[in-house]
Design a protein around this ligand. Structure first.
Ligand code: GDP
Ligand code: MG
Length: 174
């Protein structure tokens, strides 16, 4: 019983999923979240985030180049962001973690192929998208990247937001 329990606990993974700006703009947040919930994943954190102008510009610049080098620590967030969001200004919904057995691979299946024209019907991209650059959703592609993205994107963005809110509040108080 105990080894079985430990084995099944080991399979519980966390994955980072994001409804990209086009998905938020099209009002697909509920639809996307609903698909993960119906599958049986547990949502552990959710945040509506507005991509700051500088980050969008940086992402756009990076996207034009074939950046494959190891970037300095401070650039990693921007690089990850550029891989996730096509340098678009707008709101994203960041779901920190969908937790479940085999969550990463399972989430990728629900999301579908990168090119929506090749994504199977029944998948999010297959049902809801047409263009590569407007493919609605991002999901981590491996358990390691899941952990990394939760740390480097979600947690890092949370601290930026907290910093901004603190500045806004202190700004308001002046
Ligand atoms: P994903 O893991 O399926 O999202 O795909 P990738 O990690 O390879 O790429 C990240 C995102 O960049 C994709 O979801 C697309 O939005 C975008 N992207 C990737 N390749 C292309 C491309 O050839 N053309 C365009 N317009 N966008 C692309
Ligand atoms: Mg990817």
């Amino acid at each position: 019983f105990l080894p079985h329990l430990i084995a099944s606990m080991e399979q519980v993974e966390e994955t980072y999923v994001m409804v990209k700006p086009d998905g938020v703009q099209r009002g697909l947040v509920g639809e996307v979240i609903s698909r993960f919930e119906k599958k049986g994943f547990k949502l552990t954190a959710l945040k509506l985030f507005q991509c700051p102008k500088e980050l969008a510009e940086y992402s756009r610049a990076l996207q034009g180049s074939q950046v494959q080098v190891i970037l300095p620590q401070t650039d990693q967030l921007h690089y990850l962001w550029s891989r996730c969001v096509y340098g678009t200004l707008g709101y994203c919904v960041l779901a920190k973690a969908w937790e479940g057995v085999g969550a990463v691979a399972s989430a990728r299946k629900l999301i579908g192929a990168t090119n929506p024209l090749q994504a199977e019907p029944g998948t999010i991209r297959g049902d809801l998208a047409v263009q590569m650059g407007r493919n609605v959703v991002h999901g981590s592609d491996s358990p390691e990247n899941g952990k990394r993205e939760i740390g480097e994107v979600f947690d890092a963005l949370m601290s930026i937001i907290e910093l901004n809110s603190a500045q806004n509040i202190s700004g308001l108080r002046k």
